[in-house]
Design a protein around this ligand. Structure first.
Ligand SMILES: *[C@@H]1O[C@H](CO)[C@@H](O)[C@H](O)[C@H]1NC(C)=O
Ligand SMILES: *[C@@H]1O[C@H](CO)[C@@H](O)[C@H](O)[C@H]1NC(C)=O
Ligand SMILES: *[C@@H]1O[C@H](CO)[C@@H](O)[C@H](O)[C@H]1NC(C)=O
Ligand SMILES: *[C@@H]1O[C@H](CO)[C@@H](O)[C@H](O)[C@H]1NC(C)=O
Length: 203
């Protein structure tokens, strides 16, 4: 801008301001959501606690109840190199019920949401996994999805997944979900407590 005179600098500045104002007004005319952002960890703009129930197919007699199943076999690397087998490379697909309380819904009752996606065992030496899934809401209370992904570092008591986006009631949201093992029964069932805190909300 060195070559510009003071008056042309001023008119350029006015032009930029007018342009930004017109962008702003056309944006707010197009929709009416307000963006809430919080950078205080203990002050999310929305939060909820949900329980995730993973009922694994046991390969025998629970086809009616199972909500998840291995979609791949462990890799040859895992089964030949590691004698103890850590499922390295196994991908499990799930369509799991999610509830507000700890109990599974009684027969005929709808869960509050479903968790749909996969986890993948991704460590050779020990059990460790990676999650990618959506929490799908389709009730009178909520419609839309919250999309999560990240490392499930299984040797830690709690682990954080990223909430990378959302749709519907959770339009464009972002946040953190803290996972914790809450109960398990052998290799056929486990329940995770998920504390979901959203730090970017469009309301
Ligand atoms: C289902 O199969 C499992 C594993 O083989 C067995 O422990 C269980 O008793 C069986 N349950 C029924 C109801 O048959
Ligand atoms: C499915 O679950 C119901 C209730 O939890 C139980 O009564 C039934 O035995 C289960 N069926 C199988 C095949 O596991
Ligand atoms: C599997 O075996 C390796 C060594 O062969 C060991 O370092 C690792 O701790 C074992 N993992 C489990 C889960 O037992
Ligand atoms: C959502 O619920 C409605 C009403 O129960 C049903 O018709 C529809 O198929 C459901 N949609 C999904 C994606 O499950």
């Amino acid at each position: 801008m060195q070559g510009l005179s003071a008056s042309s600098k001023l008119s350029l500045a006015v032009l930029v301001v007018v342009f930004l104002l017109s962008l702003e007004s056309s944006a707010s005319a197009a929709h009416s959501r307000r963006r809430l952002v919080s950078d205080a960890e203990d002050e999310p703009c929305n939060k909820m606690t949900l329980y995730y129930h993973d009922i694994l197919y046991n390969g025998v007699n629970n086809t009616a109840n199972a909500t998840s199943a291995a979609s791949t076999k462990p890799t040859a690397l895992s089964t030949t190199h590691w004698k103890n087998g850590t499922y390295f490379g196994t991908l499990v697909t799930f369509d799991d019920p999610m509830t507000v309380g700890k109990a599974l819904p009684a027969a005929g009752e709808e869960p509050v949401a479903r968790a749909q996606g996969f986890y993948l065992y991704d460590k050779q030496e020990s059990y460790n996994s990676w999650f990618g899934f959506s929490i799908v809401f389709n009730s009178t209370a909520h419609k839309g999805t919250i999309n999560l992904l990240g490392a499930d570092l299984m040797d830690q008591k709690t682990r954080d997944l990223s909430v990378v986006g959302g749709t519907g009631d959770f339009f464009m949201t972002r946040g953190i979900a803290t996972l914790q093992l809450d109960a398990y029964e052998g290799t056929v069932y486990f329940r995770l407590k998920m504390e979901i805190k959203l730090y970017e909300c469009y309301v």
